[in-house]
Design a protein around this ligand. Structure first.
Ligand code: NAI
Ligand code: COI
Length: 364
């Protein structure tokens, strides 16, 4: 990978490599764009096939956060961290504290939170070293685990997408195929079950599947069968790039709406599903509930206020679908257009120099 070529192509601001021999920390912090404010995005811990794969993931996820935060109306830029390692075996206290010191060194340009493989307890360790971390324990007056709120946002966004496809936003009687039943999707399944949807689930973790079968009467299928099941809605809630050349021909759903980041392997896959008449709820618009919730901590956390903002994901998905219809373009393009216009407007309006211009963290 020619790193500077890649950074220039998508206009990344900064990449930080963090190494701590004693704890085994190997982390990559990617900051994509801070036009709207400090970069906020979670920390993922994952066993990558190569260092290059880890760098690529950090970069793609960071850009996704720029778009997610802007689409959600937050005054925050986009960044993300990946820690290379197995979250079940390789974590230790010193690792997260060393990582916290690296974040502190960025002096507020980047604020972290949970992502796949990291927990509230990990954020609390980071918080020992820096204030630039959210999703810490409610005991600190904070919002805790963002996953249930992400799930609520996905549920709201799925209803808006269903309305566009089926003429009603009721999910009663709809068959919904959920890929991955981890932290977010378990909570999503609860909302869907309560509304009377039928669930088909899969996960590489058998216990997670069993829990969804027992708690929600879900039907279980093997991981590679989830794309081709007869269903109304496909909800990707595991990892990214699941909408690709291999999976698209198998998909029978009329709606794709789920929590996973970077669902489209390439943008051409967004064009293909559009041509098939599938209503696609762009990932970074529908899964913004968690970041909206943790971002509220920056103002002194108020759950009611945060949930009101998460409710608006319904209207945001409607808006994206409207732009797509108006301009005759796929929804992923409509979302990008909406975001890029907002960032451009703010970029152009920031003409005066102001030392220490971001006052957002001073409100905590
Ligand atoms: N946790 C949050 O608040 C947010 C999460 N997301 C995204 O949503 C997705 C899910 O996040 P979480 O629920 O927090 O993660 P998680 O790690 O709790 O759940 C993911 C689940 O997917 C399963 N999985 C992995 N590979 C699979 C495969 N090939 N087939 C089937 N299942 C597979 C895992 O075993 C796990 O149970 C991720 O892409 C994450 O980046 C996005 C926004 C916020
Ligand atoms: C706080 C997290 C839920 C933010 C994030 O990294 C994401 O939305 O992917």
């Amino acid at each position: 990978m020619e790193i500077f070529k890649y950074l220039e192509k998508y206009d990344y601001e900064q990449v930080v490599f963090c190494q701590d021999k004693q704890s085994g920390l190997k982390a990559i912090i990617a900051i994509h764009d801070t036009t709207l404010g400090p970069a906020l995005g979670g920390t993922r811990m994952w066993t990558y096939a190569s260092e290059e794969a880890a760098i690529e993931d950090a970069l793609r996820l960071a850009k996704g956060m720029t778009y997610k935060n802007a689409a959600a109306g937050l005054n925050l830029g986009g960044g993300k961290t990946v820690i290379i390692g197995d979250p079940r075996k390789d974590k230790n206290e010193e690792m997260f504290r060393a990582f916290g010191r690296y974040i502190q060194g960025l002096n507020g340009r980047y604020i972290t939170a949970e992502d796949v493989g990291t927990t509230v307890a990990d954020m609390d360790l980071i918080h020992e070293e820096t204030d630039y971390v959210t999703g810490i324990s409610p005991a600190f007056g904070s919002s805790g685990n963002p996953s249930p709120v992400t799930a609520y946002g996905v549920y709201r966004g799925m209803k808006a997408a269903a309305k566009a496809a089926f003429g009603t936003d009721s999910l009663e009687g709809k068959v919904i195929a959920v890929q991955g039943v981890g932290n977010v999707a378990y909570n999503l399944c609860r909302h869907l079950h309560e509304e009377g949807a039928s669930l088909i689930v899969t996960d590489i973790n058998k216990e997670a599947v069993q829990r969804a079968v027992e708690d929600f009467g879900a039907k279980a299928v093997d991981p590679n069968e989830i794309y081709s099941v007869e269903c109304d809605i496909y909800a990707p809630c595991a990892l990214g790039a699941v909408i690709n050349d291999d999976t698209i021909p198998q998909i029978k759903a009329k709606v794709i709406a789920g929590a996973a980041n970077n669902q489209l392997k390439e943008t051409t896959h967004g064009d293909q599903i559009h041509e098939m008449g599938i209503v696609y709820a762009p990932d970074y618009v529908i899964n913004a509930g968690g970041v909206i919730n943790v971002a509220d901590e920056l103002y002194g956390y108020n759950r009611e206020r945060a949930l009101k903002k998460v409710e608006l994901i319904y209207a945001n998905i409607e808006k994206v679908i409207e732009i797509a219809k108006r301009d005759g373009i796929p929804t992923y393009k409509a979302a990008d257009r909406m975001v890029e216009e907002r960032i451009e407007r703010m970029h152009n309006s920031r003409s005066q120099f102001l030392q220490n211009g971001h006052h957002i963290l001073s409100r905590r």
